[in-house]
Design a protein around this ligand. Structure first.
Ligand SMILES: Nc1ncnc2c1ncn2[C@@H]1O[C@H](COP(=O)(O)OP(=O)(O)OP(=O)(O)O)[C@@H](O)[C@H]1O
Ligand SMILES: [Mg+2]
Length: 246
């Protein structure tokens, strides 16, 4: 995997991000980056601030401090995030249950293009990545299994032709075999050049595919390094134990 070597600017560059909800500080002074082509895992116990980091990155919440740059441009609102090549698969998937698989995908594409040919081309790539969605094309999203809904949420995000995909809780509520399929598809997607920033509750699964990992604890970066470093130092266990005490 290409790694950020300090000479070229990273694809995503987050500096000093702080996210508050009223009086609550969910993210404190977090700096992180994702290089072109990298898979980066964002880990941490419940309430550590993982989702809030993603919301700050896409400007779904306005950061109290810090700045987010993507491909050299400043992300100052959610539409700018999309325009600069970030797509977000939210916690809980949030597919539109009453719309067909096809229409869910089209909604994901509208942000970048209304040209039919381009949308169809893009949709073909998504259906190629997830053949199950092709089989369910006319079905309403609300009737899909959990795993299929996650495929649809990822597919919808891919319709905007992102260079970076943010995925919040890939495997939540899904059977291990389904998660294996999703992970395998994401690795295939990454090989096409799409970078990934992945929140995943099953730490070892995330470490298995990640180039680098950030460990959050109580809103701060408690560890940053390779999966091998994490294993050697025991940093992951420590952060989960500390976080679990609050
Ligand atoms: N909309 C909100 N209003 C107030 N507090 C919030 C809001 N969203 C999150 N928080 C608080 O911010 C902190 C970080 O929450 P966040 O959802 O980012 O954590 P997380 O690491 O994604 O947790 P989980 O693993 O449970 O998804 C928590 O203390 C949470 O209670
Ligand atoms: Mg979360």
């Amino acid at each position: 995997m290409p790694e950020h070597n300090g000479h070229t600017a990273p694809l995503l560059d987050v500096r000093g991000l702080t996210v508050n909800y009223g009086p609550i500080t969910a993210v404190r002074n977090v700096s992180m980056h994702v290089g072109e082509g990298e898979i980066v895992a964002l880990l941490g116990p419940n309430g550590a601030g993982k989702t809030s980091v993603l919301r700050g990155v896409t400007a779904l919440v306005r950061p109290a401090a810090g700045r987010v740059r993507m491909a050299g441009g400043r992300v100052d609102d959610p539409s700018k995030a999309v325009a600069l090549g970030i797509a977000h698969v939210p916690e809980g998937r949030r597919v539109f249950p009453g719309l067909s698989v096809r229409d869910n995908l089209l909604v994901g594409g509208w942000a970048v293009s209304s040209r039919q040919a381009r949308l169809r081309e893009r949709e073909a790539l998504v259906l190629d990545l997830f053949p199950r969605l092709a089989e369910r094309h006319e079905q309403r999203a609300g009737q899909l299994s959990g795993g299929e809904q996650q495929m649809l949420a990822i597919g919808r995000a891919l319709m905007s032709e992102p260079r970076l995909l943010l995925i919040d809780e890939l495997s939540l509520g899904l059977a291990p075999m389904v998660v294996d399929t999703l992970v395998e598809r994401l690795v295939a997607l990454n090989r096409t050049g799409v970078s990934l920033l992945l929140i995943e509750q099953f730490v070892h699964r995330a470490l298995g595919i990640a180039d680098r990992v950030y460990m959050l604890s109580k809103g701060r970066v408690a560890f940053e390094g390779t999966p091998a470093d994490a294993a050697r130092t025991g940093a992951i266990e420590e952060a989960y134990l500390l976080g679990a005490g609050t």
